[in-house]
Design a protein around this ligand. Sequence first.
Ligand SMILES: [Zn+2]
Length: 242
Amino acid sequence: MEKVIVFATDLHGEIYQYEKVFEVAAGKNVKALVIGGDIGPFLSVIGDIAGYQKDFISSYLIPRLKDFQKKTPKDVFLMMGNDDLKMNMEALEKGEKEGTFKIINQKVYPLGGKYIAGYSFVNEAPILIKDWEKSESLIEDDLERLSDKSDPRKTIYSMHAPPIGTNLDIIFSGDHVGSRAVREFIEKKQPYLTLHGHIHESPRMSGSWKDIIGETISVNPGKGSILVFGLNDLNIMEVMTV
Ligand SMILES: [Zn+2]
C-alpha cells in the first residue's frame, strides 16, 4: 500500500480542526503527519496572547500528540509560523525532548527514503508579530543553507510563506503577497514537493490549492484544510476541507 503523508497548516489553535487532522493522520497507510506553522491561537489585541499560546502548546498540543503517538505511532513534524510567538519555543521543545515530534524549522530529517525540511520565516508584510519575519535576501541565504543539508530533488520542504505570483499567495484584494526568495529557491533547486500556508484565503481566491513551478508541485491547502499525498507517488494528492 502506498504510504501517504498528511499535511495541515494554519490551524491557529482550533481544536476541532486539530482533531480532524489527527483522525485522518491515524489512517493505516499514513507514514507521517506534518504541521506547517501557525499552530497556536490567533493573535488578539485583548488578553495575554503569549499565555494563550503557551497554554495551548502545554495543555493541548503536546499531551494530545503524545496520546496520538501512543495509539498510532507515526512520524510527526511541526514548526511555528509567523503567528506563533518565539518566546514559547521552550514550551514546544519540551514535547520534542520527550520524543513526541520533531521541530523542523531550518532542519532536515529523513522520511521514508526522502527528506522533510522546514522553514518558518515569511517575507516582510504589515503583520503584528515580527518574530518570524525576514527580508527576502536573508530568506534566500537561509534556504540556500538548508538546501545543502539534503538533495532538494528528494526533499519535501514545508515553507510557511508561499512562492510569489502563484495560486498559493493571493489575498482578498487579489494581490500576490508571497515570497520572491521562496519562488526563486523552487525555480533553482526544483524540490520534490513544497508545502505552504500563511495566506489562508489563497486557494479560495485562486480556485486552486496547487501550482507548478518548473517540475515542482507546490501546495497551499489553505487554513484548516488537510492535504494527503503519496510519499513516492505525487499523482496521489487530495485536499479535504474540514
Ligand atoms: Zn496563519
